[in-house]
Design a protein around this ligand. Structure first.
Ligand code: KG4
Ligand code: ZN
Length: 356
């Protein structure tokens, strides 16, 4: 018996992704990003993203089929991200998937974007298999969550999320304040490493004491805040710091950009790592999976690895191309759902913009 061949479509944010998997074997993962079009706005503009998806979706599906050397007739099912995400963006992928399903008669599965971020590890080339239960830390430009995954299909619990900006968004907005271009995450990392000022001398992460959101003893005692994040105060603090520094003038004793960037990065990483390990402690789960575009952050990977190691927790980070939004993650989850013989989604399913 052959493993199911599933085409997955992802369009929840600014990436139009189409992936094809045969069981746990990834055949292709094509991604068209509208990132370039959002640069001048300093962030993802929903309307711009939706329009870009409409243009990219057809060619992306064709390219994926061609690359995987399969035809629509070969497929066993279609899977598509139904949410959470930007509704207009989601609708493009869902409509395309419904059209394909109607034309081919293939079963269609609407899947959860967050579950797909975790399921993607099933198709990673170096995958040790998906270990459950696991705690998942998902950090991107659009979302920031800690999840308890008992089972990838039917036991997913949202422990906490950001109550304002996403972690990647905090990087992007603060980078902008620092005069660095979008997307800001990679640039803040470069600045923190002393690459941007050409010195090669890393910034001092203790130079500026930026606030850690929702991290007081009181916050941690409150079940509704224990695993939640808030990054908007950090952004405001960065703005206040920069304004004050500018008022003093760029004197020789001014704090280096590298120091500010390193201190900011440290503040974000601190809470992400701390709360992830708290979730492990509380649940007794000794596995962590990291996903989302912010997984590219070296300091986050380093600190998370250290803390996991010290706590006897196994850390798994899928290859970066699978951490950012893509179609492979949807195909991976779809293939797992089909393998279990589960019924397709109600044909009338819609998109869900928020977290259920
Ligand atoms: O998952 P992703 O590619 O897509 C969206 O969320 O749209 O994540 C992109 C986000 C951006 O906010 C970007 O600034 C952030 O991930 N990012 C980083 C790094 N590389 C990308 N943040 C911190 N450090 C990085 N090295
Ligand atoms: Zn995502």
């Amino acid at each position: 018996e052959r493993a199911p061949l599933v085409l997955g479509i992802e369009s929840s944010c600014d990436e139009t992704g189409v992936g094809i998997a045969r069981g746990t074997t990834l055949l292709t993962n094509t991604v068209a990003s509208s990132m370039d079009e959002h640069v001048r706005f300093g962030g993802v503009v929903p309307e711009v993203a939706s329009r870009a998806h409409v243009q990219a979706i057809g060619p992306a599906i064709r390219a994926a089929l061609a690359e995987a050397q399969v035809t629509l007739d070969d497929l066993d099912a279609i899977a598509v991200t139904a949410g959470p995400g930007l509704s207009g963006a989601l609708m493009v992928g869902v409509s395309a998937a419904k059209g394909l399903a109607a034309a081919t008669g293939l079963p269609l599965y609407g899947v959860n974007h967050l579950a797909a971020h975790v399921a993607v590890d099933l198709v990673a080339p170096d995958s040790p298999g998906l270990h459950t239960p696991t705690i998942a830390l998902l950090v991107s430009g659009g979302h920031t969550e800690i999840l308890r995954i008992g089972d990838i299909v039917d036991d997913i619990e949202l422990l906490g999320a950001t109550i304002d900006d996403a972690a990647g968004e905090a990087f992007d907005k603060t980078a902008r304040l620092l005069g660095l271009s979008y997307p800001g995450g990679p640039n803040i990392s470069k600045a923190a490493a002393g690459i941007l000022d050409g010195t090669g001398v890393p910034g001092d992460p203790t130079a500026v004491r930026f606030p850690r959101g929702l991290n007081t003893a009181k916050d941690l005692r409150d079940p509704a805040r224990r695993y939640s994040f808030s990054f908007s105060g950090l952004k405001t603090a960065a703005l206040r710091f920069i304004t004050a520094a500018e008022a003093r003038g760029a004197s020789a004793d001014a704090v280096r950009l590298a120091d500010v960037a390193a201190s900011f990065e440290e503040a974000v990483v601190d809470v992400l790592v701390r709360k992830t390990l708290l979730a492990c402690e509380d649940t007794g789960i000794d596995h962590v999976l990291l996903g989302g575009g912010v997984a590219a952050n070296g300091r986050l990977r380093e600190r998370l690895a250290e803390r996991c190691e010290a706590a006897g927790v196994t850390l798994r980070v899928p290859p970066l191309s699978l951490c950012t939004d893509n179609g492979a993650m949807v195909a991976a989850l779809g293939a797992e759902i089909v393998r279990r013989g589960l019924a397709p989604s109600d044909p009338a399913f819609g998109v869900t913009s928020s977290l259920e």
